[in-house]
Design a protein around this ligand. Structure first.
Ligand code: RP5
Length: 192
């Protein structure tokens, strides 16, 4: 499973065949890419093929519909969508496909991403969007990997290894050693 990223612009000539990406990473604007590239980096680390594309809910609505409708047949299994401001992209994608959609609220100048967060997280009943923190694209990549882990044992092993390494990094740091070593033993309560 090659972990390559195809970067596709908004022009139709760019929209050539890709090597079966499993995750679509969509940004409402190219200006969202610096945040979304953190999701791409995580997917790369796990060797998960993906594509990074501009799809705007308000500037290219037809492209949004086409992407959502064609994604399952193209082999896409999870969509990560980042947008800022009045951020309709994740919700509209979720409305147009049964694939799981992970929303990434993009930080904004005026409201520091609170606008993006509320636009994405407050989906009405019936069409869920799994929303990560403002700018939390790495977690979006991780969540996509965890969704895929149910079907791909190799990805499941990578998720476990990632978590184990993360835990060890904390435990091996100088701050974690010393006076709190006793915390490593689980506390057992006595039955009365
Ligand atoms: C949204 O508007 C995009 O997701 C982006 O976060 C924001 C600003 O877009 P640009 O004006 O930088 O293209 O659609």
């Amino acid at each position: 499973m090659p972990g390559k990223t195809k970067r596709l612009g908004s022009g139709s000539s760019d929209n050539k065949a890709v090597s079966r990406p499993l995750v679509g990473v969509l940004g409402g604007s190219k200006s969202d890419f610096p945040i979304l590239e953190r999701a791409v980096a995580l997917l790369h680390e796990f060797g998960i093929a993906n594509e990074l594309i501009v799809v705007s809910a308000h500037r290219t609505p037809d492209r949004l519909f086409a992407y959502a409708e064609q994604a399952p047949a193209r082999g896409i299994e999870v969509i990560i969508a980042g947008a800022g401001g009045a951020a309709h992209l994740p919700g509209m994608l979720a409305a147009k496909t049964h694939l799981p959609v992970i929303g990434v609220p993009i930080p904004t100048d005026n409201l520091r991403g609170l606008d993006s967060l509320l636009s994405i997280v407050q989906m009405p009943r019936g069409i869920p969007v799994a929303t990560v923190a403002i700018g939390g694209a790495e977690n979006a990549g991780l969540l996509a990997a965890q969704i895929l882990a149910g079907r791909y044992p190799k990805i499941a092993a990578q998720v476990k290894a990632f978590r184990n390494a993360q835990t060890q990094t904390v435990l091996q740091s100088p701050e974690a050693k010393g006076s709190v070593a006793g915390l490593m033993s689980p506390v057992r309560r006595r039955r009365s």
